[in-house]
Design a binder for this molecule. Structure first.
Ligand code: SF4
Ligand code: FES
Length: 251
C-alpha cells in the first residue's frame, strides 16, 4: 500500500505546530497503526530527523495510552477500536491520513488520574479472595459493572466531545463501583468527589451530543451518564448540611 501521512509536529507546548507530510510506500496492510509510525520513525532516524513522539504501552487495546485523532476521529475510523488495534487494511491504498494528538488532554492525562484519586476506589480491606457466593451480585448488575469497568481511560470521549466533557469517563468509573456491594459505603462521597475534581480540572458539561459514545473504543454507553447524574443528585440531596462556625466558615 502507498499512504500519504500529514502528522502534527510541535516542538513544545509554547511553540507553534504544523502538519508535516510524509509519503510512505510498501506499507503492509497487516501493520497496526502504531507499527506504521514505528516504520516511519526508523526512516526519520536514518536521516537524522526527530522521530514522532506518541504514547503507547500495551498495544493490545487495554491500557488506553495510544490516543491519536486520525482524519478527525479519535482512534480513527473503525468503531470500538483503539489506535493500536487499528490495522492499515482499514484504509484504501493511496489514502491520505491526517494525524493529531488529543486536544483537550493533549498527551498529559494527569487530569484523569486526579479524578480517580478523588474517589474512584474502595478502601475496604480486600484480604484474600472471598468465597464467590458470600457476596451475591445480581447478574444484571454484574454485567453492567463489567461493561463500565471496560473503560481504559484513554480520553477519546473528551477528544470527541465538542464541550471537551469528561462525563463518559467519570460515569464509567463511578458506575462500575456503584453497581457492586463493595462500592456502596463510599458511593456518595465518591460521586461528589469525582464530579468536583472533574469540574476543577476544567472539563466542559455534557449536552448530550453522544460523540463520546461514538468515539469510545470500549463501547461505553451514555446510559452511564444518566446513572451518574442520578447518583450525584441523590448524594447531594442526602448530604448532611455542614456545620457552620460562628464566623460563617465551614466547621
Ligand atoms: S469512556 Fe471510552 S473513550 Fe472515554 S476514557 Fe473510557 S474507554 Fe476511553
Ligand atoms: S497501547 Fe494500550 S490501548 Fe493502545
Amino acid at each position: 500500500m502507498r499512504l500519504t501521512l500529514h502528522v502534527w509536529r510541535q516542538p513544545g507546548p509554547e511553540l507553534a505546530g504544523v502538519f508535516v507530510r510524509y509519503d510512505m510506500a510498501d506499507v503492509s496492510p497487516d501493520m497496526s497503526f502504531l507499527e506504521l509510525l514505528d516504520v516511519l520513525n526508523q526512516q526519520l532516524l536514518a536521516r537524522k530527523d526527530d522521530p514522532i513522539a506518541f504514547d503507547h504501552d500495551c498495544r493490545e487495546g487495554i491500557c488506553g495510552a495510544c490516543g491519536m485523532v486520525i482524519n478527525g476521529r479519535p482512534h480513527g475510523p473503525q468503531r470500538a477500536t483503539t489506535t493500536c488495534q487499528l490495522h492499515m487494511r482499514s484504509f484504501a491504498d493511496g489514502a491520505e491520513l491526517w494525524i493529531e494528538p488529543w486536544r483537550a488532554l493533549v498527551v498529559d492525562r494527569g487530569a484523569f488520574d486526579r479524578i480517580i484519586q478523588a474517589g474512584g476506589f474502595i478502601t475496604a480491606r480486600t484480604g484474600s479472595a472471598p468465597e464467590a457466593n458470600t457476596l451475591l451480585v445480581p447478574k444484571r448488575d454484574a454485567e453492567l459493572a463489567m461493561d463500565a469497568a471496560a473503560c481504559i481511560g484513554c480520553g477519546a470521549c473528551v477528544a470527541a466531545c465538542p464541550n471537551a466533557s469528561a462525563m463518559l469517563f467519570v460515569a464509567a468509573k463511578v458506575s462500575h463501583l456503584a453497581l457492586l456491594p463493595q462500592g456502596q459505603p463510599e458511593r456518595a462521597t465518591r460521586v461528589i468527589g469525582m464530579v468536583a475534581q472533574m469540574d476543577a480540572e476544567g472539563f466542559g458539561a455534557c449536552t448530550n451530543h453522544g460523540e463520546c459514545m461514538a468515539a469510545c473504543p470500549k463501547d461505553i454507553s451514555i446510559d452511564f451518564i444518566a446513572q451518574l447524574n442520578r447518583d450525584y443528585l441523590k448524594a447531594v440531596v442526602r448530604r448532611k448540611p455542614q456545620a457552620v462556625r460562628a464566623d460563617g466558615g465551614a466547621a
